[in-house]
Structure formats: C-alpha cells, structure tokens
Design a protein around this ligand. Structure first.
Ligand code: NAX
Length: 328
C-alpha cells in the first residue's frame, strides 16, 4: 500500500473547506488509489467548528483517509505537508481599504509561508485560494526562500471553469469538447478570459463564435463578475464551485494536463508575455510529472494585449503596496 500524502487545508471550518474536504477524502484530489492524511488548520475560535467537520469526515468512512488532525498552529499544520491548500483568509469588511486588506492578509500568509519554509516536505505544492489570492501567494512565497518559487501558485481555475461554462452555452458545444481557454492576470475583476486560442470541437473558438459584441460586453464581464452574481443569487459566495476548481487545479498539477489542452494557473512569472518577473500572474499552463510550464509562443493580438496589461498592472500595484507595508 502507498504511504499517505499529507494534505493541509487552512480555513477548514469555512464554506469552501466544507465542500473541499469531502472531495479530497473521496480521492478526487490525488486519485482513487492515493491515501491521504488530512491536516485542518483553523484559528482558535473556529477549531470547534472544524472538529464538527472532522466528525462528519469520520462519518463518511472514507477508505482513503488515514488520519485527521485539527490544529490552530501553522508550524505544526505544515510540518511534513505535501499539498498545502491555503483557503483561509481575511475577507474585506465594510469600510476596509485595500491597504488594510493586504495588511490583514499579510498577517496570515507571512507566518504560513515561514511555516511551509521551515517544515513542509521537499515536494510541497502550495495552492492559495484565499483572496487576494495572487498577492497572498506572493507574500507566502517571499517568506519561503528555501522552497522553489514554482511551488507557490494561486487559483484561477474557477475563472477558467466559468469561461468554459459560458463558452459552452454560447456555442452549444459541451464542455467536454472545449479546449485551451485561458485566464490571464489577477483573480479579480481585471482578469482577462481569452478565447482567441481556445477550441470548440477542434475549431478556433473566437472565429466559430464570431461575435465581438458578445465577447466584450457579455462573455468577459460575465466571467469576471461571476463571483458577485453568485453572491447575489445564493446569498453567499461561491463555495462548491471554488472547491471543485481547487480539486481541478491540484489534480492537473499532480497528474498532468491532457496532450491537447492546458489549464490556467497563477504562477511566478519568468517574464513570459511581458509579465514582470516574480509576479504571481495567471497564464496558460501545461503540467507533466508534477511540474508546470507556461505555454509559449502564443500570438497576442492588440485586444488581448490591452486587457492582459491592465490586469498585470493591478498585480504590480498590489506588489508595490505590500512592499511599502513591509510584508515582502
Ligand atoms: P469562509 O469565511 O467561509 O471561511 C474562511 C475560514 O478561514 C474561516 O473558517 C476562518 O476562521 C478561517 N481562517 C481565517 N484566518 C485563518 C488563518 N490564519 N488560518 C487558518 N484559517 C483561517 O470563507 P470561504 O467562503 O470558505 O472562502 C475562503 C476564501 O476563498 C476567501 O478569501 C474567498 O475570498 C476566497 N475565494 C477565492 C476564490 C478564487 O477563485 N481564488 C473563489 C472563491 C472564494 O471567494
């Protein structure tokens, strides 16, 4: 039998945690033959609620779960961890300025980065879901100098999946026959969902749809503002879809993308597509043997260039703001 993989989930008592943990326990994160050891990290006030979730995990009697620990200490939670899912974050509350938000999250992601640096397994892979996800990932990464920078990623797969869903509706082609959509930039309203390289049943998506008005005034805003629309409809923010995207992100990273497709991941930029080096920005990415690579050589038209630049500028500003706050 295989040795269990240690998976740490922060914000385990939250609504994404609630959806995510059961998917991990059932084998959908890593594979139906991979046992997992779960570590649930919460703040002290939420430990009791995390214990409740753990009781329900027990009651799922999942054959792949070899143990569950509930912790309120980051050092212990990340000790020996192979997969770190950083979901818990400080949400923006009324009257909070962006600087306050970045600072509050710096207080979470700096110590978590340090704990990962100190004790995580050599093969650790980190996914940041908690918002502002790209910049939180940057803060954690900057405080883990001994961990290769390419192990720190932030989630834009939910945006990618939202783009697939909208493209499927518009084209009348099932999601299974869509390939190569891309989310560029920041997981925020400035993100750019790109279908110029996407394929609908093997044909170019932008040419097949051939509707610039839909692209500009429907598709892009619908994908970028979907989070707000979900809150409006459900009275609570996206949770099961966010958990599902986290499963996709890690599963693809570990097990590889299909030969004729790619995924979107926010990863440390090497300067590709003129995205400043070191920013954690979303790119089209292929994965193989647990490593990701940015898809190279795509032609970027003027329409795309303007939008990618706008989102990347926002990321540069966030990096500047956390520098000024002394968080990196
Ligand atoms: P909840 O408020 O339901 O849960 C967050 C949990 O995190 C709480 O239980 C809280 O106690 C815990 N927490 C806070 N600080 C912590 C710390 N230092 N260590 C451990 N746990 C801590 O939020 P939920 O709906 O689960 O969303 C979690 C995060 O995901 C939010 O930041 C949210 O904005 C973000 N999202 C990111 C998405 C993405 O695509 N990247 C989409 C969905 C979601 O909006």
């Amino acid at each position: 039998t295989r040795t269990p993989v240690t998976v740490t989930v922060t914000g385990a008592a939250g609504q994404i945690g609630y959806a995510l943990l059961f998917r991990i326990a059932s084998g959908q994160l890593l594979g139906a033959d991979v046992p997992v050891r779960l570590r649930l990290l919460e703040i002290p006030q939420a430990v009791k609620a995390a214990e409740g979730t753990a009781m329900e995990l027990d009651d799922g009697a999942f054959p792949l779960v070899s143990g569950i620990d509930i912790l309120d200490d980051a050092t212990r939670a990340f000790d020996g961890t192979n997969i770190a899912l950083l979901v818990g974050a400080r949400p923006r509350t009324k009257g909070m300025e962006r600087g306050d938000l970045l600072e509050a999250n710096g207080g979470i992601f700096k110590p978590q980065g340090e704990a990962i640096n100190a004790g995580a397994a050599d093969d650790v892979k980190v996914l940041v879901v908690g918002n502002p996800a790209n910049t939180n990932a940057l803060i954690a990464q900057q405080h883990a100098p001994d961990v290769p920078a390419d192990r720190f990623t932030a989630m834009t797969r939910l945006d990618h999946n939202r783009a697939l869903a909208q493209l499927s509706k518009k084209s009348g082609v099932p999601v299974a026959d869509l390939r190569k959509v891309t989310i560029w930039g920041n997981h925020s309203a400035t993100q750019y969902p790109d279908i110029f390289h996407a394929e609908v049943s093997g044909k170019n998506a932008a040419e097949t749809v051939n509707d610039q008005d839909w692209l500009e005034n429907d598709f892009i805003p619908t994908v970028a503002k979907r989070g707000a629309a979900i809150i409006e409809a459900r009275g609570a923010s996206s949770a099961a879809s966010a958990a599902s995207a986290a499963i996709d992100h890690v599963n693809l990273w570990v097990n590889g993308t299909a030969p004729d497709d790619w995924t979107s991941m926010a990863v440390v930029s090497d300067g590709s597509y003129d995205v400043p080096e070191g920013l954690i920005s979303s790119f089209p990415v292929t994965t193989k043997n647990g490593k990701w690579e940015i898809v190279q050589g795509l032609e970027i038209n003027d329409f795309s260039r303007t939008r990618i630049n706008a989102s990347v500028t926002e990321l540069s500003e966030e990096r500047e703001a956390v520098r000024k706050l002394g968080l990196i």
